[in-house]
Design a protein around this ligand. Structure first.
Ligand code: AMP
Length: 415
């Protein structure tokens, strides 16, 4: 068990906290979804109640070590101020510039400062100003950040799978450290589910590539009773059984691996469920996520996809088949949509599965959903509030399912 916020003394102290404020912005730099900001409020309120002076570190987007004005955290500071009902100080320029350091030094107990985007500095991700890997530059940057607090709180679950200056580097320069309430909650839910699941335990995996999720499947095969595979991932598995998949997204170099995962599932007596029919189209515009004029869309009679067509969703018979196993599950972990759910015509499979997972959760099953697209899908289905837990981590959630260590967690002290 990791040391948490309540295990250490933060009263009146200067607290440096890493959070995940990587929120979506529209063309007018308006935040279109503030969930990530909202999820940090319990920790921040606790710190403010303890009269701490709070210095927040965060990143936004991928500015690749350069100052990109559209990726400034300024809009986040405004939204955070609204949510907390008190002003949030913000200094533009850079998170370790003279002005930021001055603002951090002068911060009074009960005040809050948001530092500018960490990733405007290449050192955050372990590179020098010229872009080469450079651990010395990273250390120096981490030390600068650490000089702005007496206590370090890790509450950015979305970035704990990264070994960056603000997630791992600062740790050795700040003596008092603990995880915040969000990270504590994520670890509690994910550990409980993976270590002590109520059975039957079902994993639902979808998305575009098998290659991204091989390690997740490998690890889960040791833990679950059943796996449902949907999305384009399913096509590589079906093709490895000699079934033609038309022009569907197939990873031909992963067919042998698909066969070995099948065999492992068989050996472990894990039910391995693939779609038995598909929604297919002769054309799709992946870039604009729409169906071009003149496209022929239909549903297959069985697993096979004819030449000139690609699979874009699971069919009704697959939904029926999957519904049985979902209804009997007591624990469900879900990552990845079962079709191109961004296109209305191809979202039915994902939406129906989301509704089924909500239905069994209402009846007492535990459901955990993680990954940007899967979370967007349960929101689109209008059932997000009915899931037991929605993880704030995409990459970190997958790493956890892979059974891998998360550097930003490993580096934090135990109780
Ligand atoms: P991932 O990031 O691997 O979870 O993949 C999510 C993406 O997979 C979404 O953008 C979906 O549109 C895409 N996807 C799901 N099913 C399919 C499919 N049958 N063909 C192509 N892309 C798909």
């Amino acid at each position: 068990m990791k040391r948490t916020l309540e295990d250490i003394d933060v009263k009146g102290k200067k607290v440096l906290i890493r959070v995940d404020y990587n929120v979506p912005l529209n063309g007018n730099l308006k935040i279109t979804n503030d969930k990530r900001i909202v999820s940090t409020i319990p920790t921040l309120r606790y710190l403010l109640n303890e009269n701490a002076a709070v210095v927040i570190m965060a990143h936004l987007g991928r500015p690749k070590g350069k100052v990109v004005p559209e990726m400034s955290l300024m809009p986040v500071s405004v939204r955070l101020g609204e949510l907390l009902g008190k002003p949030v100080k913000f200094v533009g320029g850079g998170c370790v510039g003279v002005e930021s350091k001055k603002a951090a030094n002068n911060l009074a107990p009960g005040e809050i400062l948001l530092l500018e985007n960490l990733r405007f500095h290449p050192e955050e991700e372990g590179r020098s100003k010229s872009g080469e890997k450079n651990s010395v530059a990273m250390e120096a940057f981490a030390k600068e950040l650490a000089s702005m607090g007496e206590v370090f709180i890790q509450d950015a679950f979305g970035t704990v799978h990264r070994s960056h200056a603000s997630t791992v580097g600062v740790v050795k320069y700040v003596k008092d450290r603990a995880v915040g309430f969000l990270v504590e909650k994520e670890l509690k839910f994910l550990r409980e589910v993976l270590e002590n699941p109520k059975r039957p335990f079902l994993a639902i995996l979808g998305g575009s590539k098998v290659s991204d999720k091989i390690d997740v499947i490998e690890n889960l095969l040791d833990k679950v009773d059943a796996i449902i595979i949907g999305g384009a991932m399913a096509y590589s598995f079906l093709k490895s059984c000699g079934i033609s998949m038309g022009t569907s997204l197939v990873e031909n170099d992963k067919l042998d691996l698909s066969v070995s995962l099948f065999k492992k599932a068989e050996g472990k007596k894990v039910d391995f469920l693939l779609p038995v029919d598909h929604v297919i189209t002769s054309k799709i515009d992946f870039l604009n996520k729409n169906v071009p004029n003149g496209a022929i869309v239909k549903t297959t009679l069985n697993e096979m996809i004819p030449d000139g067509f690609m699979g874009v969703d699971i069919g009704l018979r697959s939904i029926d088949k999957f519904s049985e196993i979902i209804r009997s599950a007591k624990t469900i972990v879900w990552n990845g949509p079962l079709g191109v759910f961004e296109v209305g015509d191809f979202s039915k499979g994902t939406i129906e599965v989301a509704k089924l997972v909500a239905e069994v959760t209402d009846k007492g099953a535990i459901s955990i959903v993680g990954g940007g697209d899967s979370v967007a899908a349960v929101e689109k289905a209008g059932v997000d509030k009915r899931m037991s837990y929605i993880s704030t981590g995409g990459g970190a959630f997958l790493k956890f399912l892979e059974g891998k260590e998360l550097p930003g967690i490993v580096s934090m002290p135990n109780k």
